[in-house]
Design a protein around this ligand. Structure first.
Ligand code: ADP
Ligand code: ASP
Ligand code: MG
Length: 413
């Protein structure tokens, strides 16, 4: 008898019909005698709808009330799925984050899980129940509802799997695994049988939203066996492997990730003196704005152009901050650009293969894509380009690194 955590995303529970299909799948698993904890997302579009209602009322909603609001989405799906399971004769029980209890810190809208009490879960499982848990939500030490950031149900599932030492955590979604790149953007994208945990971490942090980054971090920290599968069709999905040697297909590049969520700020003509980077980025960091790629160029006259990127939804805040001290820096001016995108090639094989960067830059040059900024780590190379070239760049790199599916390859619908 195995202990499995399954998570169903928004599209997978997006309608009554989809909830019925999920209930049928759970019923089959239950019949084998496996113990199941099922984590659900809100029905697709629901979290955005709720956020939209809030922003119709106020440009600056209270973070606490936002959590009270958006956490309702998952509560709808957990109750409906439990009812569908009851209809199939399965003893199911839905639990909110607070009922489990999934304890988090108090940072509303981006809370982090601190601990999970497994007693209720274990006693319900021992009583033969399928436990359906609301994803994305937790409770802080004062009993306040918190949420874990967009896509946070993945993290709920992995954290629950870690807490109860599940045999596997299965993330059911609307694609049948992790692909070499987003299959909605590149037709020839290929499903990977397995991907190393390290590569998945880079893919997620570089923008592949198939798994929330924090869920991958959790899986690594607590060695949770993790698999991404389709809730729409049968198949093996993709195993996120902790052991690099287990990954049979070991091409230099595992995949290509991209992200449209960044914006670029450039401070022009800053005197090239010690402390400039700190003077520019210190106040940005103090305002809790994360900086991603940084580029500094010293020109002839001892003046520096300093460019950095931030999340697009932090741009306005960053602009206000820059504006408040740019004169004190002795800079000539500053500019911002939100029409950028980041494309990254990721692969552990890069460690032992030279020339990946050169191949990447050559392929982009051949299709006329200008590279504005570059950043690298041991297993990834990222470039910032103009947003309008994003799809062209991803498709070009996918072919250039030999990732395209063979004509006779598998169906990736
Ligand atoms: P869910 O609602 O189930 O959590 P998400 O929309 O969060 O689903 O994640 C699944 C989506 O991730 C897919 O529909 C796909 O468009 C996108 N995606 C991005 N990069 C990849 C990738 N490398 N492999 C698979 N899917 C990807
Ligand atoms: N419903 C939340 C969201 O849309 C959490 C999730 O689906 O994982 O971000
Ligand atoms: Mg998701």
């Amino acid at each position: 008898m195995a202990l499995i955590v399954q998570k169903y995303g928004g599209t997978s529970v997006g309608s009554v019909e989809r909830i019925e299909a999920v209930a049928d799948r759970i019923a089959k698993n239950h019949a084998t005698g496996d113990q199941l904890i099922v984590v659900v997302s809100a029905m697709s579009g629901e979290t955005n709808r709720l956020l939209g209602l809030a922003s119709d009322l106020t440009p600056d909603p209270s973070p606490r009330e936002l959590d009270v609001l958006v956490s309702t989405g998952e509560q709808v799906s957990m109750a409906l799925l439990s009812m569908a399971l009851h209809e199939r004769g399965i003893p199911a029980l839905s639990l909110k984050g607070s009922q489990v209890a999934i304890r988090t810190d108090s940072f509303h809208n981006k809370a982090r899980i601190q601990s999970i009490d497994d007693r209720r879960l274990r006693s319900e499982l021992a009583a033969g129940k399928v436990v359906v848990v609301a994803g994305f939500q937790g409770v802080d030490e004062n009993g306040e509802t918190t949420t874990l950031g967009r896509g946070g149900s993945d993290t709920s599932a992995v954290a629950l799997a870690a807490a109860i030492k599940a045999d596997e955590c299965q993330i059911y979604t609307d694609v049948d695994g992790v692909y070499t790149t987003d299959p909605r953007v590149v037709d020839g994208a290929r499903r990977l049988e397995s991907i190393t945990f390290e590569e998945m971490l880079e893919m997620a942090s570089m923008g592949s939203k198939v798994l929330q980054l924090r869920s991958v971090e959790f899986a690594g920290k607590y060695s949770v066996p993790l698999r991404v599968l389709s809730s729409f069709k049968e198949g093996p999905g993709t195993l996120i492997s902790m052991d690099e040697d287990n990954v049979m297909e070991a091409p230099t590049i595992a995949g290509i990730a991209f992200n449209r969520d960044e914006a670029k700020l450039t401070v022009i003509g800053v005197p090239d003196t010690p402390g400039v980077a700190y003077q520019i980025l210190g106040p940005i960091g103090e305002a809790n704005i994360e900086v991603d790629v940084i580029l500094q160029n010293v020109g002839d006259e001892g003046k520096t152009d300093f460019t950095f990127t931030v999340a697009r939804n932090d741009l306005e805040k960053a602009e206000r901050i820059l504006d408040s001290y740019v004169d004190d820096l002795g800079a000539m001016e500053w500019r911002s650009d939100s029409k950028i995108a980041k494309v990254s090639v990721v692969g552990v094989g890069m460690r032992s293969h030279a020339g990946v960067a050169a191949n990447m830059f050559k392929a982009l040059a051949e299709v006329g894509v200008n590279i504005q900024m570059i950043s690298t780590s041991e297993i990834k190379i990222s470039v910032i380009i103009e947003e309008k070239f994003l799809e062209l760049a991803v498709r070009t790199l996918h072919s250039a690194f030999g990732l395209d599916q063979e004509e006779t390859g598998e169906d990736n619908s």
